[in-house]
Design a binder for this molecule. Structure first.
Ligand code: NAP
Length: 532
């Protein structure tokens, strides 16, 4: 029998779980949040690797729902680093007195729906159980970290970490021989930081990524004041934009301007802070391969200009996908790192890793002796966190088995056969391709309004229909047709996880379209759901 019963159980105390807790408590619900870490923050709790920082403008990443929090919190940089981001989330947790309803060091291993009493029963790793009417997953799209499958990985006698399980005590790289495997957004941030102090840094790169300058800087007191005065405008801009960022696509075609004008625009975007070069660029760079070729050639030229050794530059220029088809890692002097004498780049496409040895990493070419190995090898994205919990709905059906050929959801928030379970930032949810807090707020507010509607109408059970689920899944795949996002083997496609079906996991029609659809569903008394 369950020990404790709540109105709602939330899995995860990251940005979405924290806000969901706050909003459900406002409805008068008893809520328990289970969090496997010993602090709040989710992504910003776990990913404490050196160099971790926002690639969204700090002031566009903050929660927007509380004027008090907005007024009191000062971001010190335009793209704030992990320590400050974690401090911010702790500040919010204190401000809203969230911790009293969060159980830390509590890893949820199973969640089962009991039809007879219309309750979800949740089980923790230590065997503790609790039940609730509503189950809300707030596990994050990038939380199920992935170690590479390389022989001998446990035999290494030096220190090694995955970036998403970085120790709290600072790691000293001074004079050490460090190997980094992985050159995605995480690897790029780690490499540019570790290169500053490591004795020797060896970067093991499978495929190169297209990176662009972050152009971070401190926020002066005057800027701080101006930004705070502009918060409503900033959040409105994010709401109106495709990805929830302050950057909006230029709706002209890349071919509408002269080559000189295009070069000037590309250069301005490259010199400007943040994702403008990607999400503020001509819209057809994401849909037309010929348009994409132009920005791709521009960025390749920049890499050749910045990296002194032409052979190294060629290894750093992706050959398998165009610019923007994968999430763009934002960098600060990343390419210049390869001009340093203490840094070596290994192309694993020509000399693959054979095994990890007690002393280091052995490729087909040679063995690299190392003191530290950093695994920046990414995540089993979007659906991975669901796989790591045994989630069973009606008739004992297992969620991950149901998704073996790709996720099926309605609005990326519910699954037929799993009544009263809501997913925040679930697969095929508008929040997956987004400046995440912006869309998290939308998700949380929609779920809260839905539960409020149920309270007001005396409903205790909500479940989507298989028809609504199928129509949404079709819509998701249609929305990405014609987009270049499906061309690259990225985590967007589940292609970075061995054995995972290659299928689009996000939502590509953009934030405004997603919000409109969710609002329409609510306005039509939750069309596509059965309420009882
Ligand atoms: P990722 O983009 O999936 O990159 C993983 C890297 O590891 C890739 O370079 C991959 O190579 C390499 N890799 C994987 N398995 C390997 C193996 N067996 N041997 C050698 N290399 C291997 O993961 P990530 O860098 O952690 O980033 C994931 C996402 O997190 C980003 O796209 C972004 O959305 C988010 N993120 C955001 C920030 C931020 O600034 N806010 C920072 C970091 C991450 P291949 O590509 O060739 O497979």
């Amino acid at each position: 029998m369950s020990k404790q019963q709540f109105d709602a159980i939330v899995i995860g105390a990251g940005i979405s779980g924290m806000y969901q807790l706050h909003r459900l408590r406002e409805l008068g619900l008893s809520v328990r949040v289970y969090e496997s870490g010993d602090g709040v923050g989710g992504t910003w709790y776990w990913n404490r690797y050196p160099g971790a920082r926002f690639d969204s403008e700090s002031y566009s990443y903050a929660y927007s729902f509380s004027d008090e929090i907005l007024k009191e919190w000062n971001w010190s940089e335009h793209f704030s680093g992990q320590p400050e981001n974690e401090r911010y989330l702790n500040f919010v947790a204190d401000k809203l007195d969230l911790r009293k309803d969060i159980q830390f060091n509590a890893k949820v291993t199973a969640a089962r729906y009991h039809d007879a009493d219309n309750l979800w029963e949740v089980e923790l790793e230590d065997g503790e159980k609790a039940s609730a009417r509503f189950l809300i997953t707030a596990m994050g799209p990038l939380s199920a970290y992935q170690m590479p499958r390389i022989e001998g990985i446990d035999s290494f006698q030096g220190q090694s970490w995955h970036t998403a399980r970085w120790p709290k005590e600072p790691v000293d790289f001074t004079g050490k021989k460090v190997g980094v495997i992985g050159t995605g957004a995480t690897g790029v941030q780690v490499i540019q930081e570790v290169a500053k102090t490591a004795g020797e840094l060896t970067v093991f790169q499978l495929d190169a990524n297209w990176c662009a300058p972050l152009k971070n800087s401190k926020i002066s007191d005057e800027e701080q004041e101006a930004l705070k005065a502009k918060y409503p405008e900033i959040f409105q801009k994010c709401r109106d934009s495709f990805g929830g960022f302050v950057h909006q696509f230029d709706m002209r075609s890349v071919f509408d301007v002269t080559p000189e004008e295009r070069e000037r625009i590309f250069q301005d975007l490259y010199d400007s802070p943040g994702f403008g070069i990607w999400l503020g660029n001509f819209h057809d760079i994401m849909t037309d391969e010929k348009a994409n070729d132009l920005i791709t050639e521009f960025i390749a030229r920049k890499i050749r200009e910045r990296v002194k050794d032409p052979q190294v530059a060629e290894i750093l220029i992706p050959k398998d996908h165009g610019f923007g088809m994968k999430r763009v890692p934002m960098e600060t002097n990343y390419y210049e790192v390869y001009n340093q004498d203490n840094v070596e780049l290994i192309n694993l496409r020509s000399t693959p890793i054979e095994r990890i040895t007690p002393k280091g990493i052995k490729t087909t070419d040679k063995e690299y002796e190392l003191d530290i190995i950093v695994y920046a090898t990414g995540f089993d994205a979007v659906t991975g966190a669901f796989k790591r919990v045994d989630i069973r709905g009606k008739d004992n059906q297992n969620l991950s088995e149901q998704w073996s050929d790709g996720p099926h959801t309605y609005l990326g928030m519910q699954v037929a056969g799993f009544p009263n379970m809501f997913m925040l930032v679930g697969p095929h949810n508008g929040a997956t391709f987004c400046n995440i807090p912006r869309c998290i707020e939308q998700n949380v507010e929609w779920v809260t309004d839905c539960i409020k509607y149920m309270q007001e109408h005396g409903h205790t059970r909500i479940e989507t229909t298989p028809e609504a689920e199928e129509a949404w899944t079709d819509h998701v795949y249609e929305s990405v047709e014609g987009s270049l996002l499906t061309k690259a083997d990225s985590w967007f496609m589940g292609a970075n996880t061995p054995g995972k079906k290659r299928t689009f996991l996000l939502y590509a029609a953009g934030g405004p379209a997603y919000r409109q659809k969710c609002d329409e569903v609510a306005a039509k008394n939750y069309e596509g759901f059965v309420l009882q």
